[in-house]
Every structure is written in C-alpha cells, then in structure tokens.
Design a binder for this molecule. Sequence first.
Ligand SMILES: Nc1nc2c(ncn2[C@@H]2O[C@H](COP(=O)(O)OP(=O)(O)OP(=O)(O)O)[C@@H](O)[C@H]2O)c(=O)[nH]1
Ligand SMILES: [Mg+2]
Length: 447
Amino acid sequence: MQRSRHGRTGETHPNDPGPRAGRAKQRAFCIAALPEGDDLSELHELLRTAGVAVVGEVVQHREHPHPNTYLGAGKLDDVKEQLKKADANVVACDDELSPRQERNLEQALGVPVVDRTAIILDIFAGHANSAEGKLQVELAQLEYNLARMRGLWTHLERLGAGRGEGGIGTRGPGESQLETDRRLARDRISALRRKLRDVKGSRAVMRAERERGHLPQVALAGYTNAGKSTLLNALTGAAVGVRDRLFHTLDPNTRAMRLDGRPYLITDTVGFIRKLPHQLVDAFGATLEETRLADLIVHVVDASVDEDEMIEMTRAVEEVLEEIGAGERPRLLVLNKADAIDADRREELRFHHPDGILVSALTGEGLDDLGERIERAFRETLRSVDLLLPFDQGGRLAELHEMAGDLDREDTAEGVRVRGRVPATVAERFARFDVSKNGAVADNGVA
Ligand SMILES: Nc1nc2c(ncn2[C@@H]2O[C@H](COP(=O)(O)OP(=O)(O)OP(=O)(O)O)[C@@H](O)[C@H]2O)c(=O)[nH]1
Ligand SMILES: [Mg+2]
C-alpha cells in the first residue's frame, strides 16, 4: 500500500510495490460513496489482510460518486477534519478511483489515497507464491499503474494546452520521465504476457493429459474466505493452506478423490470478491481456465452470514463466472459453515435455496450428501452408448470399464457388445464403435 502519489513510479521499477516494512504503521481512514447502507466491513477486512489499521470512516449517500472528487465538496471538508482527529496517514476508498478522482482527493485531503483495487492488488502481491502467481500479479499491477500514468499524462497535456499551444515551459522533465515510465511498463507488460502464455501452454498440456485419463473435473469456485480450501482438504485429505484472511489461495490446487468407486479431480483456486479488479481477471486467465473448463462447478458460499450479504456475495461470484466464460457450466451450490448456523437460519436457507447443499467443511457435516450430488450431477451428463468393440480392441475395453462403471457386456461373433452410460467425452471417443443407430459398426478404424 505504498504506491507513490498518482501511481507514479519515481526512480524505482515501474511495478515496485514499495517498501513492505512498516505497513502496520499505516492508519487508514475509509471513505465510500454508496446509494444506501453504510457497511464498510469488507473494506476493513481487506485492510486488515493488507496489514493496515482502520482509524475511522465516512460514508456519503449518493447515487453515483462525484466524477471529479468522488465525494461532494462539503463531505470532503468533513473527512479532512475527521482524519486529522483520527491521526490517519492514508485514505482508503471502497471503489476503484479514476486517476483524476484520486489526484483531486489527495490534493484536497493532503494524505495519500489508495483505492479498493490498489488494496486488493497489494494483498495479491503479498500472497503470491508460485512463479506463475507472481507473474500474474505483476501484470495486473502494471496494468493498473499504466492506466494511472496515462491519466496523469492527459492531465499534463491539458494543462499545457491551456497555457498556450503547448509552448516552452509546458513540457517539463515530468513528461519525458512519464514517457520513459510508460515505455518501461509497456515493455514489461509484453514480456509478462509472453511468459504467461508459455505457462498457459504447459498448463494446457497437463490438462490434456488429465483429459486422456477421462477423469471428471470438478472446480471449487466462490467468494474469498468461503471455505473452498477447507472443503478441498475435507473431500480429498489434502493439506492445502487455510487461513482466515482474504485471498489466501492464489494458485490452483488439484487433487483426486473417489466417489462410489469412480475417480474425480477436484480443483481449488483463487477466490472472488465484489468489484474484483478487471486487471486481475485478465491476468489470472490461465488459472481461471481450470474453472472455465471444468465438467462441474461447485460454488461454495459462506452461509453463516445473513441472507442479504450471502446473496450479494453469490451474485458477485456468478458475475465473475459469467465474465470468464464459465456461466453456462453445470453448477452446484454448497452452503458452507453449517456448524456456525442456528436452526432459524437453516430453515431460511432451506426455504431460499432449496437446491443448496448444506455442509460444514470443518466438521464434515453434509459431505456425504455433497458427494452424492456431485455424482448425480455428473451422471446427468452421461450418454447412453451401444458399442461393438472388435476383439482386437481389448485395451479400449479396459479403458471403457475404468471410466464407465456399470456396463453390460456380451460376447458376440463380431466382437464385444457393450451397453451402458458413459461421460459425453467418452461417448464421442467411442462413437466409431457405436451400433445403436444403424445396427452396424460405423467405422472399424483404430483411433
Ligand atoms: N466455522 C467454519 N469455518 C470454516 C468452515 N470452512 C472454512 N472455515 C474457515 O473459514 C476461513 C477460510 O477458509 P479457507 O478454506 O481458507 O477459505 P477459502 O475459500 O479457500 O479462502 P481464500 O483462499 O482466501 O479465497 C478459515 O478460517 C476456515 O477455518 C466451516 O465449515 N465452518
Ligand atoms: Mg483458499
């Protein structure tokens, strides 16, 4: 959270997140422009996760934030007074600010201003472990900073024009510094994109391998801190890191599990949040692909919060799923943290979310039910096949058995007749042996 004024980068690397030491000394005053309500608890939580203390807050009710100053003029005076009293040394805004709003706010308030996006990016930077995660976060931060540089740039241009056709004195060293910064940032962005494409390539290879094994893929998705990693651990016996903080998991973790004898792969990945910075969605493309390509998405929500908040979080997740192209995937809703839910709330959940599966990843309550529902959802995607496999295709028969569970088999003069229900992808692979339509083998060629 040490981004320098105006997102400028000074002498350091254009994406230097700044010194991390002494972050706890930051004392933030929170501001928000909301049409209604005054709940800034999530912003507090984000700041807590980023290691910043919250010393006060002001909410202004308005339909839209002020285009120039985010809050109205009167409210700004109020904030200025209050933040002095609270001895705040930074202002944290619950929305992404335009570069102009940020600059004007800093001028009016006399302290650095950080917006929600910068805070989230800062948390991601602190939590990234893998090489891929670090590249993704750096890319997102650079894109964020580049937009701010551009903002300042047009501002300077306008100033120049105002002072008379951009003549002498209007093009100072600031401009060339900016140009250098922007060029450096752009070069770095291209390099990062290239590296991430390579990573994406190897991820695709791994996925292709998994698909060859025909294992059904289940992806856990959900709001940050909903309990996705805890659920992965509970279902698979894994020991993925769990913590009561936002965005603890950034890298996807895939583990195997068995339900009724059939093996599945289940992936836990980065959590979502309201107003998730688009730079992150963009940069985490390869990671989010795991969700987009899953056979089934298990949407995990923290059902221990009140209904309105849960709906809001659920909606935020659905929007991101839509945005990454996973909106149409088959989905299950898992209502987690049942151990923290009383009888009344249980009743309410049953009423409002009859399809939701109530579980506790912590105590194990409801996990059998969840297993059955995953299995059932998966079974619904199965297709009936009636195959005739020539005797020389013994290997393929074994493959089919591995995948399909219950199959009727019958030895005939031409080969083995197999009837049963198999995953759609398997049905496609065996289409050439299908005799259900015309009673004859369509094509006996070897795949
Ligand atoms: N009471 C209760 N707490 C839970 C349950 N499941 C998870 N938690 C707690 O919720 C917090 C977040 O759990 P995680 O599994 O890290 O959540 P996550 O969805 O992976 O979060 P991120 O990776 O940060 O997005 C931890 O403190 C868990 O112990 C549950 O069933 N009941
Ligand atoms: Mg997690």
